[in-house]
Design a protein around this ligand. Sequence first.
Ligand code: ZN
Ligand code: ZN
Length: 346
Amino acid sequence: MQWTIDLFDTNIVARNSHKTILLDPHRKQQSDFVFVSHAHTDHLYSKKGGYLTSVTLASKETSRIARERGYSLGDIIQEHSGFELLHSGHILGSKGLVIDEEIFYTGDLSTRSRSFMQPAVLPQIETLIIESTFGRPEYMFPAISEIVHSANKIISDCYNRGIPVVLMGYQLGKAQLLTELFRHWEPMYVYDSIDRINCVYRDLGIDLKQASTFQGAEKAGKIKKGIPWILISPLTHGRSKFVRELKIRYNAITIGFSGWAVNSRYKYMMGLDYALPMSDHCDFTELLAVVNKCKPKKIYTFHGFAREFATILKNMGFEAYALVKSTNVKAAHSNPMGNSRLDPYL
Ligand SMILES: [Zn+2]
Ligand SMILES: [Zn+2]
């Protein structure tokens, strides 16, 4: 059966004469199947509408986390003939989709172990649809142990001077990893919205450290100037009201964790004291390793540097296409250095 892969508006669509499959659609479109790879909001449909579909494929974790964030996936199935959901290593419950043993759609992807996150499972496949968020050679991330070591050193220096440290990352995925990777620091507080997601992770079997919410601790008078703590917080601009107040009241310093921190301007753009390149996505070398492992005949790229990565693959001799339309205004996964809207997902 001949498959075509195409964009309909911003939806990635795989179809043959028998079925139409939407891959992480952004808008309503008639189809036989919808696949939702994970619960980041740029991969979820609007809160109100349904998917206009008979079958939605997603993991139970994705459905549960999406519900916590106000999105309903309706009835989901995790298994169906002709489909295989493979762990994609990005956040809890994230999956890639194999269609008829012929097409592999990665969703968002990470191939490195990070605390409780296992690396992605990759099939050998004819057609690969691969995310290319960091599909440019300058985006290479150091080992996780190196990043944790750098952060521990900063925290340690601050603790010696009685200064608290705010560890910032996107609240779904990154914040849970930060909660785990820095669990040895006491006291640890978490921001309210992160606490809610941490609870869902615990419900789903991840043994995250129990930490009080910062808001609760502050109300109870437990936070005092000169006594250090760490806070796991959403990634916000250093000039946001929340961060400004933490600085005025407690002299807190901020460390942001994002793949974009590879770019030295990121720290200044975000108004952070420190920025460290920790990502839930593959870096450039890891993307190339995925391509080599899957051994595809045809490759489609999406997200971030889709055009650049497709060109690099073409120069390497692959048949590669970027799934990009000029009307694609979705800001997630685009380079924040070249975009007025900052990407919170990475
Ligand atoms: Zn994602
Ligand atoms: Zn994404």
